[in-house]
Design a protein around this ligand. Structure first.
Ligand code: 13P
Length: 254
């Protein structure tokens, strides 16, 4: 299985012209670009090789994909805009917008029903990691259990569920200076998630990504491990030269 690199642009860049410039420069196979909503369609129109992902989805609405929900965007709309993937449960949404596991669970259900492939983000906060590896695993297991409640019995195909392990303390914007991620730590947790998905949730073969301050400088040490199926890149995905290096290194290690 080829390694896959996701670029999560978050609430950037500020103009369409910049968005198109970044998208064109990083349009490669096994890459998925996740721009903010207003740029989805124009970016899609400029991509030849990379896939397109959205950064969020609304959990409700009519089966047709519409409804009176001011400010929200449905899975049907995302599909029609050319997105194949959707990021759900990012720690920034959990932390800043108060998104709960129950909301995330609903979002995963509507995304799968709309035919989108889900990138479910999970990961422990700093105060949990400081208690040790076992505490981090218990936290992640609890997130997965709640986020995937009543979903996997529906025979979700492994390719439609990607999990991104993003420890909150390793994300560039919420870094804890007292903690340092190591490839061993990441591999341990990703193995744990894969085993859980297989044994508890009966999904074999889902891709598990790593995310958190991935750069051109550290990607090789991470991605060379066979357990790690790719990366969810934030800040560095907005810098075309660096993101291209990340893509090349992932390809070499694929
Ligand atoms: P950074 O790569 O900027 O740390 O962001 C990671 C992330 O949150 C990707 O979803």
């Amino acid at each position: 299985m080829r390694k896959i690199i996701f670029g999560n642009w978050k609430m950037n860049p500020l103009s369409l012209s910049e968005a198109l410039k970044i998208a064109k420069a990083t349009d490669f196979k096994n890459v998925v670009i996740c721009p903010p909503f207003p740029f989805l369609i124009p970016v899609k129109n400029h991509l030849r090789k990379a896939g397109l992902g959205a950064q969020d989805i609304f959990w409700g609405g009519l089966p047709t994909g519409g409804g009176a929900y001011t400010g929200e965007v449905s899975g049907v709309m995302l599909k029609k805009s050319g997105a194949s993937f959707v990021i759900i449960g990012h720690s920034e949404r959990r932390r800043v917008l108060g998104e709960t596991d129950e909301i995330i669970n609903k979002k995963i259900k509507v995304a799968l029903a709309a035919g989108l492939r889900v990138v479910l983000c999970i990961g422990e906060p700093a105060e949990v990691r400081k208690k040790g590896e076992t505490a981090a695993k218990i936290f992640v297991k609890s997130q997965l259990t709640k986020d995937l409640k009543n979903i996997l019995g529906r025979r979700v195909r492994a390719q439609n569920l990607i999990v991104a392990y993003e420890p909150v303390w390793a994300i560039s914007t919420s870094r804890d200076p007292k903690l340092t991620e190591t490839p061993e730590m990441i591999v341990q947790m990703i193995r744990f998630i894969k085993n859980l998905l297989g044994s508890k949730f009966k999904v074999q073969g889902s891709r598990i990504l790593y995310g958190g301050s991935v750069t051109a400088e550290n990607i090789e040490r991470i991605i060379k491990h066979k357990e790690i199926d790719g990366a969810l890149v934030g800040g560095a995905s907005l810098k075309p030269v660096e993101f291209k290096k990340i893509i090349q290194i992932a390809k070499k290690n694929g």
